[in-house]
Every structure is written in C-alpha cells, then in structure tokens.
Design a protein around this ligand. Structure first.
Ligand SMILES: [Zn+2]
Length: 292
C-alpha cells in the first residue's frame, strides 16, 4: 500500500487553548530555498548544519497562519502565499475548511508584515479581497515602508514582488484597512513591534487568565539553524542587523519568561518554547495533545 498515490498527508491543522482563546495553527505548505539566502553562515556550513539536524539538502521553510477564536469572533494572523510562491504553498483556505471556517467568517486579519508568504493569501487572481468581511490590521511602520512613498527595492527581488500587489491590497480592503501602533486588536490580543525583518514586522501577544502566547512572525525562518545560532539572518530581512538584534532580544526574553510561542516559519505544528543552551537556544515543540 505504500506506493499508493492516493495516500496523502493529513490536513495541516493543530489546535491549543490560551486561556479563553482557541488558537489553531493553519499550515500553508513548505518551500525549499537555496542555502545562499542565509546571511552570516556560509552555504556549506548551512548544509552541514541541516544534515546534522536530519534536514539534508537546502533549507525548507514551513509557512503557516494562525486562527484565533474567542466568543464567536475569528481573527486570522497572516494568510499564507496562495499561488504567489509556487505549487507547494497556498493551503490556508483549504485547511481553514477542515475546522469548518470559510473566508467570509473571518472577522479580522492581523498581519505580521506584508511579504507574499503572509499577505499573498488576501487577494484572488482578479485582485479582489478573498476575506470579504475582514477588518485588516498592520503596523503604521509597515504601511509607511511599502505604501508611504517611493516603492522600496532590494537585491533579492522580494520588495519588487510586494510592490506588485501592495497598492491593490490596500485598495481591495478599502475602509477595512487599519494601520495601528501597539494597541490591542481585541481584548487580550495586542500587536507587538518586532522590527528588522521588515520595518513594521509585528508579533501578536495573546493573554487570557494566566496563559500567554507570543506569535512571533518571522523571528526565524529556518529555526533548526537560527534558534541555535541567532546571529544567522536571511537575505529577505530588510534590515539584517536590526532583525538580528530583535531575534536576540526576543529569544532572551521568551526563554527567561518561559513564554509559549507560535511562528509562521516554525516547523509545523508551530507551537513550543525556547530554552537557553550555551550561547544559543533550543526549541522545544509542544507535546501533541488529543484534547484541547
Ligand atoms: Zn515570512
């Protein structure tokens, strides 16, 4: 039976509670990138490190989103890449359907930033809003960087890709588009500035009762490398140095505070903790639990 082509992976969802919130990790897919995109570690060493961690070949970046439910309201943190980054991605809407949620039931979208693997899932091929009712939240700094004047450029072409849809994104969501500071979006869910990967890169901090979760966005892209070696960045970081400083600051804080994390590029299902390990850190994934 193992050569049966009809055998497919089970749907990419996993749920846990954070106090009164139910948080569902929604997988969008996984995509390989060349080892050369890592900054601060030679490609040979990247591959050697990955081989040693049972991830042979080029780095593979897991991509995901999170659905936050509380008292009948639904907030989606990021939306995946849809068809902007190849056929191995674009599963967010299908995986939402597995938990019985359709795009018109999403009340809010909280964006960590507007790179294609996060905001690409918001527009259809005609440039129309996929989430017809959703109010959209992103940081003032993110809006300013991409939409505040001359479109940014970079050496790897990521900015050009964002520039190709950012104005349409802004237009499609119209008066449902909100550029914000670090305030709460809903009671118990607050935006947190984590600048560097992009100028307005954001985390979302959930707090309910005595439970907390920080969805840290793109603090790491290849966690098996970057959590152990936080100095290693990515060519997709708009400001590599600031991203590195923010990564160190957050890893230090969450390991000291024993704060639970989620992240768009943590290996699925994307919930866990970080502990200090020598000069670096170690990721401890959550234990899979049958009941939430
Ligand atoms: Zn990303």
């Amino acid at each position: 039976m193992t050569d049966d082509q009809s055998i497919r992976q089970a749907p990419g969802i996993y749920r846990r509670r954070v106090g009164d919130f139910v948080v569902t990790a929604i997988n969008d897919g996984i995509v390989p990138v060349p080892a050369e995109v890592m900054v601060g570690m030679a490609p040979d060493e990247v591959k050697k490190t990955l081989e040693g961690r049972f991830r042979p070949g080029d780095p593979h970046i897991t991509i995901g989103a999170y659905l936050i439910e509380k008292g009948g309201s639904r907030t989606l943190v990021d939306t995946g890449a849809r068809n902007l980054m190849g056929p191995t991605l674009g599963k967010v809407v299908d995986n939402l359907a597995v938990v019985g949620v359709t795009p018109d039931q999403i009340d809010r979208i909280a964006l960590t930033h507007i790179h294609a693997d996060h905001a690409g899932g918001m527009l259809d091929d005609d440039g129309a809003a996929i989430f017809p009712r959703a109010e959209v939240f992103l940081s003032v700094d993110e809006e300013k960087h991409w939409l505040g004047g001359e479109p940014p450029t970079d050496e790897v072409g990521v900015s050009e890709q964002v520039n190709s849809y950012a104005p349409q994104l802004r237009k499609a969501y119209g008066d449902r588009w909100h550029a914000i500071g670090e305030e709460e979006i809903i009671p118990g869910m607050r935006r947190e500035a984590l600048p560097g990967h992009t100028p307005g890169h954001s985390g979302y901090h959930l707090s309910s009762g005595d439970e907390e979760l920080l969805i840290w966005g793109d603090i790491t892209h290849v966690p098996v490398v970057q959590i152990a070696r936080p100095d290693v960045g990515l060519a997709f970081d708009v400001d590599v140095d600031l991203a590195r400083k923010t990564r160190h600051r957050i890893l230090d804080r969450i390991s000291a505070d024993r704060l639970a994390i989620g992240g768009m590029h943590l290996e699925f299902p994307g919930f866990g903790h970080v502990v200090r390990n020598g000069s670096g850190y170690e990721y401890v994934p959550d234990l899979w639990m049958p009941d939430i």
